[in-house]
Design a protein around this ligand. Structure first.
Ligand code: PSU
Ligand code: MN
Length: 292
């Protein structure tokens, strides 16, 4: 049921560096067809770091780990968004399914992949418990031995509450050369991390020790190179989403496209660049892990 690309399988068999990448970003994170470019650039960044990219999604009744460019282009906005609970059902129903961070981690666990890069982790939505929306990214990270490199938590969420929940779930939150968790588009002002690391080798050693003790997921937060403060726009976007009755998994795509428009494309540029850079960082950490 899981088809692993030859290149990915070879790397896994020899203990080489492999980085899982998601397809929700490709299908729903950017106006089509920009998502495909972001996915391809992320794969290139992983390769430049000395690791093999393994982009994950559901196609033709199979979970696919490692996609060709033509296959990646099938992840259009019509793709179903797949969290951890949805992957098996999407296989059975033979739909095109784009995996979230949580969905991708569920597949990574089954395939034996321990590193992933993304933009921002899902988490606790603002106003919890109204609505009682907590991303399945958190639960899956808590039960998967994998390290996720991101620019923290999506800043349309309650970042502080999400950081608290990560502590509750036993997930180390490492700052990559920072003391606070980045707030996605914005580098500063986030909650404190549980430890700071200065180099990919240090992150890899932390992950190894955590896993040897039976721990599961780790989050590494890397700030965006270009920091953008868009809190007011986020509040406007969330208000608009509420007015229009947009809920659950539809909130993020709605807010991202609102921000992209309201900022004249600036959020989209920062989002793209941070995703690609995080993929590269995941690659460097995976390579450091494989080398020791
Ligand atoms: N961050 C982005 N764009 C996205 C996401 C995060 O900049 O599209 C996606 C990721 O796939 C993440 C998902 O796993 O949003 C979380 O969605 P939800 O809150 O519905 O679980
Ligand atoms: Mn959600």
């Amino acid at each position: 049921m899981i088809r692993i690309a030859d290149e990915v399988r070879d790397a896994l068999e020899r203990g080489g560096a492999v980085v899982a990448l998601e397809t929700t970003l490709v299908a729903h994170g950017f106006p089509a067809p920009d998502g495909v470019e972001v996915g391809l650039a992320s794969e290139r960044a992983v390769r430049e770091a000395g690791a093999v990219p393994a982009t994950v999604g559901v196609l033709d009744g199979e979970v696919r780990v490692g996609l060709t460019e033509d296959e990646l282009a099938r992840f259009t906005p019509e793709a179903r968004k797949l969290g951890p609970r949805d992957v098996g059902v999407a296989v059975a129903q033979r739909v095109v399914g784009a995996t979230t961070v949580g969905g991708t981690l569920a597949v990574a666990r089954a395939a034996g992949i321990r590193f992933m890069g993304t933009g921002g982790l899902g988490g606790v939505h603002r106003g919890f418990p109204n609505p009682p929306d907590v991303s399945a990214d958190l639960g899956q990270l808590a039960r998967t031995q994998a390290l996720v490199a991101s620019s923290g938590v999506k800043s349309l969420l309650d970042v502080a509450a999400t950081a608290e929940l990560l502590e509750t779930l036993g997930v180390p939150v490492l700052g990559f050369r920072v003391d606070t968790l980045p707030r996605f588009y914005a580098a500063a002002g986030g909650p404190p991390v549980s430890a700071r690391v200065e180099a990919p080798e240090e992150a890899a050693a932390a992950a190894r020790a955590h896993w040897q003790l039976g721990g599961a997921g780790l989050l590494v937060g890397r700030p965006p190179d270009e920091s953008l403060e868009v809190e007011e726009l986020i509040q406007a976007a969330l208000l608009r989403a509420e007015e229009q009755g947009i809920r659950g998994g539809a909130v993020t795509p709605f807010v991202l496209s609102f921000l992209h428009e309201a900022s004249g494309g600036e959020t989209q540029r920062v989002n793209r660049d941070l995703i690609v850079a995080n993929a590269g960082l995941a690659g460097r950490i995976a390579a450091a892990y494989a080398a020791t």
